[in-house]
Design a protein around this ligand. Sequence first.
Ligand code: NAG
Ligand code: NAG
Length: 188
Amino acid sequence: MLLTILTGTFALALFAGNANAAALSNRQATTETVLGSFYAYGEGLDGLPVFWSDETAFVGLQPPPDSTTATNVTFHDDSEDSTLTVTPNTTETLSATTFFVDNSAGAFEPAGFTSSPETADGLVTSGFIVFGNQLVLVDSSGALEQLWWALPTETEGVWTLRWNVDTVTDNDAVPVVVKNVAPVPIGS
Ligand SMILES: *[C@@H]1O[C@H](CO)[C@@H](O)[C@H](O)[C@H]1NC(C)=O
Ligand SMILES: *[C@@H]1O[C@H](CO)[C@@H](O)[C@H](O)[C@H]1NC(C)=O
């Protein structure tokens, strides 16, 4: 009886060990995962693309009027710590490609792109995963966070994508879900 239990435990441990080894070599073999473009869904935003404009993450179909460089982007998961980088969908060259959010207490700042990850306090560039098509941030305790909000700009139909750390209420802003799935056109 005791022997059976021990054998069972041992077999389980062995199996777990193998599974870890497999996961590890899988990860090492995979240098990059293409996630595609992200789209924001919420009240008044039926899946509008998240785009790059002057190192800030905007939502909508057209750049804000003061934008110098704006392009749709494709997101890639490049590393083991779940850092996301972007490549432009156009021929533009981008000055900053690592996606970040400001996760400091009370922050309600636009998400954006940095060329020097891990420099500024409160900026988070790792821990992003796509969980059932939705972009989430895994916090230090392992909890999945989705604090995405869209705040309208002065241009109709253009929002900034924001990370609302303490869920502050803003009458103009709307909570959104960010998915790497484009909306299905009506009628198709
Ligand atoms: C992004 O692509 C959509 C079509 O998928 C287009 O309507 C929109 O203008 C593009 N946005 C930018 C900033 O180029
Ligand atoms: C950007 O390019 C990727 C790869 O071609 C494509 O899947 C995606 O739909 C494009 N994004 C937009 C917003 O058009």
